[in-house]
Design a binder for this molecule. Structure first.
Ligand SMILES: [Zn+2]
Length: 281
């Protein structure tokens, strides 16, 4: 690590002494039932215990950027391999810690790369609690364990478009493309599954006159209904739902909500989604 103005101790409103003037952040990477842990070096706080890679945030540095940077400094992990899925925030008053939760494409070979780390290991989820854990991580683990999921948002385009009066009835493809582009621009959403902030994969199901809009170069997966839009949404949900997936379907259609819930998805209303979107252009 490079020492800077962020690297000092502060006392939070709860009376603890913490490292990091602007708070701190760490990365909980997971893959196939394993999480990446750091064995902390003897001379660190909590020396000899296991926790996540991470450290002090720089002034104005976003938690995700800080967690990935610190992990890349303390280990050989290529942060570009990690897909960020969510974030859990602990606010102590005057100090906060963000655990960034991300998935790795494999159990990548990771070695320590700084004096702060003695070792790095992929630990099976069920074995984590049996390790000698760094106390703050031990306290957070029960909640973090529930966050080892991949958030996926499935949006009923027609229903969400119909819930806002933006002239969609004059130009359905245009309105669907606007919604797609707004979804693309969303960085993180609140109120999705166990995460404080989720960074979901986004699927937009379009039908009728809007069915040919395509992805338009965005990160949004656009599914065109071949026949009935509701059937397409249910089929999409069925293909997404898995034990390690947090699938949220956005629609206000009562019957569709029932069918998606029966497939194992959670349902949310258009108003929630619209509150998460940046302004349309
Ligand atoms: Zn504290």
């Amino acid at each position: 690590m490079t020492w800077g103005e962020a690297d000092r101790f502060v006392r939070c409103a709860q009376g603890h002494v913490h490292w990091g003037r602007y708070g701190a952040a760490g990365l909980l990477a997971h893959h196939d039932g394993h999480v990446l842990l750091q064995h902390r070096a003897k001379l660190t706080i909590g020396g000899g215990t296991w926790g996540v890679f991470g450290g002090a945030r720089n002034r104005d540095e976003e938690p995700v950027a800080a967690a990935l940077r610190e992990t890349a400094e303390e280990s050989t992990l290529d942060a570009g391999e990690i897909t960020v899925r969510g974030l859990m925030h602990e606010d102590h008053g005057g100090w906060g810690y963000d655990t960034v939760i991300g998935t790795a494409p494999a159990l990548l070979h990771v070695r320590p790369a700084s004096w702060e780390s003695r070792d790095a290991a992929w630990v099976p989820v069920e074995d984590v609690a049996g390790h000698n854990l760094f106390e703050p991580f031990a306290n957070a683990w029960p909640r973090l364990r529930g966050c080892l999921r991949r958030p996926v948002l499935v949006v009923d385009a027609a229903n969400v478009m119909g819930s806002r009066a933006d002239g969609w009835w004059r130009d359905r493809p245009g309105a669907a493309a606007r919604l797609r582009d707004q979804l693309d621009a969303v960085d993180g959403v609140t109120g999705m599954g166990p995460f404080d902030v989720a960074y979901p994969e986004k699927v937009l199901v379009v039908e009728g006159k809007a069915r040919d809009i395509g992805a338009g170069g965005t990160s949004v997966r656009v599914v065109a209904a071949r026949g009935d839009g509701d059937d397409e949404i249910v089929a999409t949900v069925a293909s997404v739902v898995a034990p390690d997936v947090e699938c949220v379907v956005v629609t206000a259609d009562r019957e569709l909500r029932r069918r998606c819930a029966a497939e194992g998805a959670t349902v949310a209303g258009p108003r929630w989604l619209l509150s998460q979107l940046p302004p349309a252009h």
